[in-house]
Write a protein that binds this ligand. Sequence first.
Ligand SMILES: NC(=O)c1ccc[n+]([C@@H]2O[C@H](COP(=O)([O-])OP(=O)(O)OC[C@H]3O[C@@H](n4cnc5c(N)ncnc54)[C@H](O)[C@@H]3O)[C@@H](O)[C@H]2O)c1
Length: 418
Amino acid sequence: MIGLGYVGLPLIREFMEKKLEVIGFDIDLSKIEKLNRGESYLHNFPSSVTKTWAESGRFHATDDFSQLENVEFILICVPTPLNEYKEPDLSYVAKTTEVIAKYLKKGQLVILESTTYPGTSEEVMLPVLEANGLKAGVDFFLAYSPEREDPGNKDFSTAKIPKVVGGYTPKCLEKAISLYQEIVEVVPVSSIKVAEAAKIVENTYRAINIALVNELKMLFDRMDIDIWEVIDAAKTKPFGFQAFYPGPGLGGHCIPIDPFYLTWKAKEFEFNTRFIELAGEINTYQPYYVVQKVSDALNHHKKSVKGSKILILGVAYKKDVDDMRESPALKIYELLREKGAIVAYYDPYVPETGPHRHYPHVNIKSITYAADKIADFDLVLLLTDHSNLPYEEILEKAQLIVDTRNGFKQNSPKIFRS
Ligand SMILES: NC(=O)c1ccc[n+]([C@@H]2O[C@H](COP(=O)([O-])OP(=O)(O)OC[C@H]3O[C@@H](n4cnc5c(N)ncnc54)[C@H](O)[C@@H]3O)[C@@H](O)[C@H]2O)c1
């Protein structure tokens, strides 16, 4: 398993449970050391599991990629972010492919799990893997199977999410199915490109539907209609409607990023993905909308943003996770500070934000929660509705609240929705 992050660890878990032998490869030495000591570094992934791996004698982690020679299957779960121009940054996949090519042996199956645009496996990886003379489909095998992990979702562990698999040749597909069917239901498709496209479609569907409810939220706010109540009513229809919810903006390593992989690729075919661009525009606007709501709420109390003390509740990109990647919270933090607010945050899962890709200069620490601190803030801004926040107590103590997630689940003169 190459890439021991949010996707790599749950996959290893499944293979370990089936008593397979696993080597975990990463370039982050701290992760390697922790795993070899049996410690997890992800909030949603228990150390009790990594401990059993370390004790099993069937797992070790390493940055020594020459050990790739000792494996049958190579799964790649490295990051696929966007660069500063919102173009695919395939440097992690490219570097990993080069190192695999160096040690590639006859009979090995290489599978990319990272999300990417259709064409990546065959156009970016295949030429590098074949450069030393081995032929895909004959000497070694190539497949793609997108990871559909949903960190923090207790209803769907990896073993419960069917796995779409595409192979470069029928033999490649057959090999990939033989591996995955050990752990999960497999959905074979006719080509690698179809498998790559399926994942992008899933995430594009989410990005566009979230944009739709964000737009409707802004409209219904003007019309004095509660969008949350509307969605709850609409979702009682047993067919033809799937509920998506508004929020302060997109976050995480997938939804804000993956659709733009397709947008970029589409340009090669002289095609503009207008739905994706529009959804991106609406979703990117949400942090600005939230800041406007904060300003309106303070105005209601005859206060300005400048000089007001604001407490952000939750900075992770979604509830009950510790993941800050692409979280809109830092954008909102920066916008409020630019307007002169004095901003602090509390997140039980994120003790400090650490330098962020887009905000390398921002590194703030969570306050320690205490009920009597809440009233000191002019406004409490809920950005992430973690389940374990003491909502009742906060509502009682706060002077004013802006709720972007319907976390307080009630109406109160103190609460402004955003
Ligand atoms: N996080 C999710 O919920 C999720 C869900 C489905 C798909 N994905 C996709 O899976 C892929 C991985 O995402 P993630 O969330 O696990 O990322 P992550 O950042 O948590 O993990 C990636 C790991 O790869 C390592 N790495 C980077 N370069 C490497 C290299 N050259 N060699 C070896 N290791 C290297 C990093 O150190 C890190 O540990 C992405 O393409 C993402 O879009 C993520």
